[in-house]
Design a protein around this ligand. Sequence first.
Ligand SMILES: [Zn+2]
Length: 176
Amino acid sequence: MTIRRILETLAQHDYRLTWQRWAVAAGVVLNQDRLLTAEELYSLLKKDYPDIGLATVYRTLDLLVELGLVDRVQVGDGPTKYGLRNTNVEIRQHLVCESCGDVAPLDSKELEPLCKHLAHASGYQISEVEIRVTGICPRCKAAASAPAGPSRGEENGGRERTARPGDRRQQAGASS
Ligand SMILES: [Zn+2]
C-alpha cells in the first residue's frame, strides 16, 4: 500500500484531500512496519504538523479504516492500534482433525488482530500467517464415544432426575 493508493481511494470516495488527511496518511505509510496508537501517531505528526489535533487524527484513522486502507488492531485488553493494511498478507486459519485428517476453516475474529499484531511486531515483511489448530473433529469424537454412550446416558439421566440443576437454571434464565 502506497501513499498514492490512499490518495486515490480518498478521491474515489469524494473525500477532499485536506492537509490533515495527507499528514495522517503519510504518517501511517512512513510507519507501516509497526502498529501505533492514535496518540503515538499524533505525537509523531505534531513535530511536522504542529497544528494537527488529536481528534482529527482519530477521525482520519477511522476514515482510513472504513475505506479498508488501515487496520484497527486490538489484542486482549491492550490499546487500540492502527497500521497500514498490507493487502499481500494472507491470514489462514484451519482446524485439522488428528484422527481423520479433516480440514475445516477456523473463522475466529479474535485471532485476526493477533496475527496482524504479530505481523507488524516481527519486523518481517509478512506474506502469510497460518494458524493450524489440531484436535479431534466432532464426528470422530462422536464415533469414539458411541460405544460407551448408553451406560453414560443412564448415569447422567439418573443424577439429573434427583438434583434437577438444569431445570432451575432454565427457570432463572427465562424469568430474567
Ligand atoms: Zn475427524
